[in-house]
Design a protein around this ligand. Sequence first.
Ligand code: FES
Ligand SMILES: [Fe+2]
Length: 417
Amino acid sequence: MTPELVTRLTEQMRYEFARTAPPDGFPRFPDIPVERFTSDEFWELESEHLWPKVWVIAGRVDDVPNVGDFITFDDLGPPMILVRGRDKQVRAFYNTCQHRGAPVVREAKGTSKLLRCQYHSWSYDIDSGRLVSVPDERDFVGLDKSQRCLATIRCEVWDGWIFLNQDPDAMPLTDWLGPIPSELAELQGPRLRTVARESEVVPCNWKVTAEAFLEVYHFKHIHSRGGDSLLDNRGAVMSLLPNGNSRMITPYSKATFSALGMQDFDDYKHIVLPGFEDIDTVNDMVRCTSSAYSVFPNLITPIAAYGFPFITFWPIDKRTTRIDWTHYAPIDFDPTDGLPDLWRGRLANFAQIMAEDFWNMAPMQKSLESPAMRGVPINYQERRIWHFHEQLDTMVGRDRIPTELQVAQLIGPYIER
Ligand code: FES
Ligand SMILES: [Fe+2]
């Protein structure tokens, strides 16, 4: 983040504290239709028109450090494989053999100089997916090997994080992310390593899980400790970025900033957590607030100078979602040897916050399916949720969505361009 951005966000926090109502002219949102979370129709629209067109994170460069290393990725439905080629590039292919459709590789992770299908050994080049050999080729009449390559998937890397997009015409990943890569360059992504991965399956629609991380309206109500909230949501700044992405900076509460020796919420200090490796380039505002980014549709990251998680939401069916959280940090230990106590404590603390968020999700899904729930009213400080839903309709295509399932286009003037 530039110093100018930090200054602007701090001024916006002051504005948020001082206001007595939303800004003049801010729209009253109509209720979000409940059927967006419950109907087969909306689920099918998303399956057909959202997930095949978006960039999603599929791994990290350290998952495939050497030539020939591969991992499989099945979280979008179609089986996929990511492999590092001889030219060191990471590429993605559908893990679908062009003979009779067996998975080319069956292990979740491995190393191979050739992608050799485990069924009849059709073999594909790791750099191009080209079909290079077919056992008993004489028995195929008129087989044109050049027409039987592995199907490719767009694969691009941002600071060590590998993203996939099934749409060959999708805009490049860095364009999609807009200002996020430059704002987050201070995290020194390329030098981070994966500390730990955790997962939980929750019985609710994936959007219920995503929305829980798009506002801090709930924070003091369900995440307080001994009656004190770590954050003061009244000063939270929600910045709506292009393509449904967003940023949220929430100041510390008085109890928190006083305990850190700060005079006010914006008396930022270069706080370094004792015992942790520090990403020294992280600015002081990030060190003294809760700062989070959202990458549409299914990635949220609350950033921090000692390391931070990527939280992702993977739909399993319309009322089941897997939530993953993977921590990255500038660590100097080998996580496979076991984590230091300090990190174990951090992860336990984070898992506790996640559990507090999970408590509401299954009952909310039941309520959304109940006749008692007529619509979802969204307020000004929850506007990242509205932005998310508008982007969802844009991706699906409004002309495909029945009018009663759409959300109105209201948020455009509030998007930072
Ligand atoms: S299905 Fe792959 S070689 Fe036959
Ligand atoms: Fe929460």
